[in-house]
Design a binder for this molecule. Structure first.
Ligand code: DC
Length: 234
């Protein structure tokens, strides 16, 4: 196979078609990203899971996140493995999958700080990009359309009214503050949450999951994504 430089592909140009879905917490992007991947019959990757798994490991070790050199040493020593199995991303740190613990209050409280590290984000770029080397996928996060796969033509930014997002978060049984998380994700220096200029903005406040996915399918067809024949939303 030709290397990227041989093909002169721009940085962040995936080898297979990638749908990038970004947006703030509880905007509904995970639900629609999963549903869209299923309709398209391709893999679904939640990039936040990688930040959460790393945070989970650091929290278990009792590491003080403000100590930069200890943070870097701990991350350097971690064995972070990402694999796609049955069209879904699985993350192991040092041979262990954190499971439900990635959503624990301790991880919720620390993950934005971990994700704010430009050093860590730089290290994770090739990890995320590698996932698209063998297959097409839907990847959701905060910077997928702006930093991870800026060259993909298939980008969405899913948002919703903050009050509705707060309600959705509570319905998920989580107690972290949307406002605080938004501020941290938007104001950080490294790859802050923002809509890519060429991303389609979808406000899911008053839309059902099916409506959002239908809009996405229409847009993907228009932009030339290889949507399988007969793909439709029930
Ligand atoms: O989507 P989530 O709530 O599981 O993400 C967890 C944290 O990771 C959140 O603070 C945002 C951050 N994140 C990020 O900075 N970049 C991504 N691509 C995905 C998540």
């Amino acid at each position: 196979m030709q290397s990227r430089s041989e093909r002169n592909a721009p940085e962040g140009a995936p080898q297979h078609p990638v749908v990038a879905i970004d947006g703030p917490s509880a905007s509904g992007k995970s639900t629609v990203a999963k549903a869209l991947a299923q309709v398209l019959g391709i893999a679904y990757c939640n990039s936040g899971l990688v930040y959460r798994a790393i945070t989970w490991s650091l929290v278990r070790k009792g590491l003080e996140l403000d100590r930069e050199s200890a943070f870097k040493t701990a991350v350097r020593q971690m064995k972070i493995e990402c694999r796609i199995d049955e069209n879904e991303l699985h993350v192991q740190v040092d041979g262990k999958e954190p499971g439900e613990e990635v959503r624990s209050p301790a991880v919720n409280a620390a993950v934005s700080r971990v994700a704010a590290s430009s050093w860590l984000r730089e290290r994770l770029l090739p990890v995320f990009r590698r996932l698209a080397e063998d297959r097409s996928l839907v990847m959701e996060g905060r910077d997928i359309g702006t930093a991870v796969f800026p060259a993909t033509r298939f980008k969405f930014y899913v948002d919703a009214d903050p009050k509705i997002r707060e309600q959705r978060r509570q319905n998920q049984g989580e107690t972290d503050s949307i406002e605080e998380r938004d501020w941290e994700d938007r104001s950080r220096e490294a790859a802050p949450l923002r809509r890519a200029a060429d991303a389609v903005l979808l406000d899911s406040s008053e839309m059902t999951v099916e409506e959002v996915v239908r809009r996405m399918l229409d847009e993907l067809r228009k932009r030339g994504f290889p949507v399988p024949e007969g793909a439709s939303v029930p």
